[in-house]
Design a protein around this ligand. Structure first.
Ligand SMILES: NC(=O)C1=CN([C@@H]2O[C@H](COP(=O)(O)OP(=O)(O)OC[C@H]3O[C@@H](n4cnc5c(N)ncnc54)[C@H](OP(=O)(O)O)[C@@H]3O)[C@@H](O)[C@H]2O)C=CC1
Ligand SMILES: CC(C)(CO)C(=O)C(=O)O
Length: 291
């Protein structure tokens, strides 16, 4: 009967919370910035409607078995305020975020042994507080450790595919390579469909190649076909698909530029690898903050 507390009930956090709430042996609590009454998630498997306990202030919460962090990477400091109250010595803190720096982000607040990084492949968009659209099937990948295995077990009764990998590093970098191209729609404000936008293929390829070079220097072992797989995935991208960076820009929120294209540039510099296309994209994304 685990108690599971989700911080950040947005696209990913709300979807995950709604799936986990279907198992009545779970106690689901939500830490939200914006309150709502009911969580309604449209999924490829039907609509989930749940009424979890919702808290809006860290003073209201107490220690829990699991914390699932699903806030944006630029919201680490306010997220950490919840952690002070939620984390006991046995609590496992899973970080459901993009990028490759999950651990670095939260090590100042929680002992590393209690942190579990998660690669999230779960396309979802929020329509309003507590109202979410899971646009495709979801996958959550964690390191093959004791805590990773326990995390997979939490999702046994859901339609989200949770699995462990012996090579989390490579998995996280492969996801970052995909996410590196997500910057293009955030700049053009149009979903990336490479059948329609042939001229963007070369830019997408350069972003991915630079990311793969940095990944290799970090010790990741990526599929040689990854670049083509990502490009082919974008050929028939639906016109209503909005990635989370694009969604942030449309909503006038900050963007995860530093954790995504910015990380490729920063980590590339550490290895003496030039990443001019990711650097250009980072500068352009940062410049949109002046809008
Ligand atoms: N959306 C997607 O398809 C995917 C996203 N990801 C990654 O998952 C992570 C989460 O993204 P996503 O779900 O899209 O983000 P969203 O912006 O949809 O949701 C973030 C949620 O966090 C809440 N929040 C912000 N600050 C706090 C706080 N201090 N306390 C409690 N809640 C807070 C926001 O509240 P408020 O409602 O007030 O804004 C919002 O509900 C990101 O790293 C993203 O890159 C990965 C794969 C797919
Ligand atoms: C790849 C995608 C679009 C969904 O998993 C994503 O990671 C995001 O929206 O940030």
């Amino acid at each position: 009967m685990p108690s599971i507390t989700i911080i950040g009930p947005g696209s990913v956090g709300g979807t995950v919370a709604a799936w986990l709430a279907r198992d009545k042996t779970n106690t689901i609590r939500i830490c939200a910035r914006t309150a709502f009454d009911e969580l309604i998630v449209e999924t490829p498997h039907g609509t989930l409607t749940v009424k979890p306990e919702i808290f809006t202030s860290p003073e209201q919460v107490e220690a829990t078995d699991w914390v699932l962090i699903a806030t944006k990477t630029y919201d680490v400091a306010p997220t950490a305020q919840w952690l002070q109250r939620l984390v006991a010595p046995n609590t496992i803190v899973a970080i459901l975020q993009n990028g490759v720096e999950h651990m670095e982000r939260f090590m100042p607040y929680v002992p590393a042994a209690q942190l579990l990084p998660v690669v999230v492949n779960l396309p979802a968009q929020r329509k309003g507080p507590g109202q979410i659209w899971q646009t495709g099937n979801g996958e959550l990948t964690v390191p093959d450790t004791d805590n990773g295995k326990k995390f997979v077990k939490l999702f046994e009764k859901t339609q989200l595919a949770a699995r462990t990998t012996p090579d989390f590093l490579s998995h996280a970098w492969a996801k970052l390579a995909l996410n590196s191209t997500g910057a293009i729609p955030a700049l053009t404000l149009q979903p990336l469909n490479l059948r329609k936008h042939e001229d963007l293929i070369e830019i997408s390829r350069l972003l991915i190649r630079e990311c793969m070079a940095v990944a290799k220097a970090e010790g990741a072992n990526l599929d040689e076909m990854l670049e083509d797989k990502i490009i082919n995935g974008y050929r028939d991208n639906p016109s209503n698909s909005i990635n989370s960076l694009h969604a942030d820009r449309l909503a006038g929120r900050p963007m995860e530029t530093d954790a995504r294209n910015g990380a490729i540039v920063r980590i590339g510099k550490k290895h003496g690898i030039a990443t001019p296309m990711n650097q250009l994209i980072t500068i352009l994304l940062n410049a949109t903050n002046d809008e």
